[in-house]
Design a protein around this ligand. Structure first.
Ligand code: ADP
Length: 301
């Protein structure tokens, strides 16, 4: 096992951030921690990296306990914190060389290799303050790679980037995942689909689901949002029976139609609407929508 997070609990004052969380991650996995703001993702990452102490439980990194062997354990982890703290007045290469010195690495070629790998070569002589947000994020990822860690932990690595930068950073993370274990946090289902082998859904300090993204989507079942022309046109009870689905109003003329099975309900709903003379204004599949997944998972499936 690359990372073992065992029975971790953490309370800030009266706010319980993590409640008996256990996760085991194998070597080479790319795992996405998916959850809304306040779910406990950052807290879990800070505890895993040894930046924050848990109230209960323990963490092992490649067999080393983060509390009893912190130096060994932490030397195996690279960490990009949520707000990517950098020194804006330093030059890229200068900053990364300083980080390397902190790791007692005195090899310019090691820094050069990381600059190359993270696509920073053209920007390496610039000041950090003058870089775009995407390049600053690359610098944050580069500093996480110094010391050649076995496990890389990235807290919300694409938040605040534009779509092109997001694609580039995701490609870089996939590339890093070829020879390292990667744990990243996100509140976007599509991010998990784009990068991760495995997704752990977390909310209010509890793990709600853990597995392959496609398997979780299957388990959660099909769902969609339908907008009909007139509110009174939809006889919910008969529609529910005929479609074998649950229908809940989500807007003035809008309903959520959900199936307990993994089923695409669009064709069935369309045919139902035609037979009952309902006018459909829009029909959108929502299985991959995090809100609908949370909605279902928190209702206990
Ligand atoms: P996420 O990363 O999923 O957004 P966090 O781990 O940051 O979640 O937060 C989990 C919960 O703990 C939230 O309710 C948050 O308000 C609370 N929390 C986080 N850090 C602190 C802190 N330093 N002091 C008090 N409460 C905190």
């Amino acid at each position: 096992m690359s990372v073992r997070i065992l029975n971790i609990s953490k309370t800030y004052g009266r706010q319980k951030a993590l409640d008996d969380v256990t996760v085991e991650i194998g070597e080479g996995e790319i795992v996405g921690l998916l959850g809304p703001n306040g779910a406990g993702k950052s807290t879990l990452m800070k505890i895993t990296t040894g930046y924050l102490a848990a109230d209960a439980g323990h963490v092992e990194v490649c067999g080393y306990d983060i509390d009893t062997e912190p130096v060994r354990a932490r030397s195996l982890i690279g960490y990009l914190p949520e707000h990517n703290p950098l020194y804006p007045d330093m030059y890229v290469r200068e900053y990364l060389t300083m980080v390397a010195h902190l790791y007692k690495i005195n090899a310019p070629e090691a820094v050069a290799e990381i600059i190359e790998r993270t696509g920073l070569t053209p920007e390496s002589h610039k000041k950090i303050a003058s870089l775009s947000k995407g390049y600053r994020q690359r610098v944050g990822i580069a500093q996480a790679l110094i010391g050649n860690p076995k496990v890389v932990i990235l807290d919300e690595p694409t938040t605040g980037l534009d779509p092109n930068q997001i694609d580039e950073i995701r490609a870089l993370i996939r590339e890093i995942g070829r020879d390292k274990t990667v744990i990243l946090s996100t509140h976007l289902m599509q991010e998990v689909n784009a990068i991760c082998d495995r997704v752990i859904i977390i909310d209010k300090g509890h793990i709600l689901a853990d597995g392959k993204a496609a398997a979780i989507a299957d388990k959660v079942g099909g769902g969609m949002a339908v907008e009909v022309l007139f509110d009174k046109d939809i006889d919910v009870i008969s529609a529910e029976k005929q479609l074998n689905a649950t229908i809940t109003p989500i807007g003035e003329h809008e309903y959520r139609v959900e199936s307990s099975q993994s089923e695409d309900l669009r064709a069935k709903t369309f045919n139902y609407a035609v037979t009952n003379n309902l006018v459909i204004l829009s029909l959108l599949r929502t299985d991959n929508n995090i809100e609908s997944i949370f909605h279902k998972l928190t209702r206990g499936l």
